[in-house]
Ligand binder design. Sequence first.
Ligand code: PEP
Ligand code: MN
Length: 350
Amino acid sequence: MLIVMKHGASEENVAAVVRAVEAMGYEAEPIPGRRRTAIALIGNDGRVDPGRLYALPGVFRVIHISPPYRKASRDWHPDSTVIRLPNGVRLGAREVVVIAGPCAVESEEQIVDTARRVRAAGATVLRGGAFKPRSSPYSFQGLGEEGLRMLAVAGRESGLAVVTEVLDADSVQAVAEHVDILQIGARNMQNYPLLRAAGRADRPVLLKRGMGASVEELLLAAEYVLLEGEGRVILCERGIRSFDPHARNLLDLTAIPTIKELSHLPIIADPSHGTGSRGKVPPLARAAVAAGADGVMVEVHPNPAEAVSDGAQSLTPEQFDTLMSQLRLIARAIGRDLAEPALAAAVAGA
Ligand code: PEP
Ligand code: MN
């Protein structure tokens, strides 16, 4: 970290910064320049609070040399992390993983039917919300525990791995018993007790970017999960708020190569919440794979017109079939492949 002093900073200002850095337990090395002095802080392990330095007289700017997240950073972990799911599917490897399913679990028949259809098309992970974080308290809130049980049945029958959202720290263990991946939603990206609790559960965490969060804030949120024991994280770009109401959110495709550069963690995209309308989901799913995403998460409903949530952005199973054949071609064009359900089933049955 570099602490740059103002032009007019006095020697006493510089000395005070040096004392403050040393009191924090780090080395301080003043670098006098022609017009101003900078002070190198040596040994930053990510715990230095720049706010404390900005509070000192004469400080102009605090510049991070290393990223403020350490465990999530590619600097510290150059090889891409590969997360292996119980059905043999790998996230972050050469294969592109497709996660599909309804926004919410509505009945056992609905989730089992969807699982069968998305698996036939080539998906390898099933999604479905049992606890729904709805913007309005009057909207459908999910089937809760019953929904978890239905999801587990659908996962077992189809051989698909299962992901569902967990809303609070207290329910992490109960949710983890039923599914393979814990999802932390956009609205909860900075719920720090939840991030820590999810990191302690023995499940990978699918962490969605908050709708107003920067990439750095997303990686710092991931750091909370990784700091707990064996925390494993799959990052998800799901669109951010923009000034333009033409779409529900603005799917930030640039975040995909940016995150690949900054972090070793797998990054997937959710073009369903990222666009909000069915017609825009296939083009953005294709673009996300082309941009290097390790996976896509797509909402699919057997009858979107009757979906209790997010019907407008849910694909029909037939639309999903078409999308899958396109994604397979795009993956191959960039030297990848779609993850294979056949391999998933073989491992599930082994
Ligand atoms: C979801 O994936 O079910 C969801 C609620 O998404 P987000 O947290 O991105 O809004
Ligand atoms: Mn949804």
